[in-house]
Write a protein that binds this ligand. Structure first.
Ligand code: TYM
Length: 344
């Protein structure tokens, strides 16, 4: 039995969806839908690994759903759904909790960053978060996973978990009809282009993030044109003009970031941006960047607003997506149970 190509990725509904999420992940989701069968998941189970106000969570789930659709993902052609509606995610995560090793999870840098100094106070879910992420992908035998750079380590872990499962259960995997012994294919991370790690607009050494206390550090997908322009105008830069080659961006994190954002918004390489803008001062480059960002983000923000005015329609899209996702997940979960040796 071989595995067909299938794309899976997820975005957490934790509010403040930003340009990093859009350029690092969502634009890739849109592109892949032309060539692949895709599942795009609003990962609400992951969101609750840190406290989420129950009164706000549903709204945040709808916001990510709206962002997917407004960015151009077609929910009829592809599957958009929220994780908690397909029970296989939590079920498979449990099995994988028993495959992954403590030592592997102890090495996860994102847990260390998120838990900070108060490791003893972090939820157990935050620690096992990467196992749930592996379950998301493996539940559909997904082969390709578009993500930003920050998810690379989690993807490597998912590959290790898939491999260990295949080795641990080699005999029953063969008996289940997978002659080559591969039940879970190793998912390939897709981390490409000029904006795999969009940085904070206030500090070029920090990732643009949903949880940065400064609103000015990120452009969100719901910012209006004036706000976008203001945030770019105030973005931190250095005093030099833009270089004409990418080598000249080394050790200039803020310049590198703005050029990367420009390139990704325009769909070109950083080299091409510098061909046009090399030698320009930021006083000239920033307005050009602001104009481009407004041109690309504002229509999405407008469309999101429209979609969010019809929550029942978004909920119906999620329900339909969950039903279709479940149709793929059910036989894989059933086989997993057989391979592990459960009855029923
Ligand atoms: P999340 O919700 O933090 O981010 C969603 C996607 O956006 C990317 N991203 C960025 N890309 C470039 N620059 C940035 N500053 C930036 N910030 C975020 C992330 O890399 C991600 O691709 N664990 C995942 C969600 C998840 C998942 C999965 C992803 C759960 N299950 C299975 C893939 C497959 C996360 O927290 O993403």
């Amino acid at each position: 039995m071989t595995h067909q190509e299938r794309v899976f990725s997820g975005v957490q509904p934790t509010g403040n969806l930003h340009l990093g999420n859009y350029l690092g992940a969502i634009t890739k989701f849109v592109a892949l839908q032309e060539s692949h069968e895709c599942l795009y998941c609003v990962v609400d189970l992951h969101a609750i690994t840190v406290w989420q106000d129950p009164k706000e969570l549903a709204g945040n789930i709808r916001e990510v759903t709206a962002a997917f659709i407004a960015s151009g993902i077609d929910p009829k052609k592809q599957i958009i759904f929220n994780q908690s509606q397909v029970s296989g995610h939590a079920e498979l995560a449990w099995v994988l909790n028993c495959v992954a090793r403590m030592g592997w999870l102890n090495r996860m840098t994102q847990f260390k960053e998120k838990a900070g100094k108060h490791k003893e106070n972090a939820s157990v879910g935050l620690f096992t978060y990467p196992n749930l992420m592996a379950a998301d992908i493996l539940l559909y035998h997904a082969t390709h996973v578009p993500v930003g750079e920050d998810q690379k380590q989690h993807l490597e872990l998912a590959r290790d978990i898939a491999q260990k499962f295949n080795v641990d259960f080699a005999e029953t995997i063969k008996e289940a009809g997978f002659e080559e012994g591969i039940f879970f294919p190793q998912p390939e991370p897709l981390i490409q282009g000029p904006a795999t790690r969009v940085m904070s607009l206030r500090d070029g050494s920090k990732k643009m993030s949903k949880s940065d206390p400064s609103e000015m550090s990120r452009i969100t997908m719901t910012d209006d044109a004036d706000t976008i322009a203001k945030k770019i105008r105030k973005a931190k830069t250095d005093p030099d003009a833009l270089p004409s080659e990418t080598d000249g961006l080394t050790d200039r994190p803020e310049a590198n970031n703005l050029v990367g954002i420009y390139a990704a918004l325009k769909g070109v390489s950083k080299e091409e941006v510098l061909k046009d803008h090399g030698g320009a001062q930021f006083s000239a480059f920033k307005p050009a960047l602001a104009e481009l960002a407004v041109e690309k983000v504002s229509p999405i923000a407008d469309e999101m607003k429209k979609l969010l005015n019809e929550p029942a329609e978004l909920d119906a899209i999620l329900k339909d997506g969950a039903n279709r996702a479940q149709t793929i997940a059910d036989p894989i979960m059933k086989k997993t149970k057989e391979i592990v040796g459960f009855i029923g």
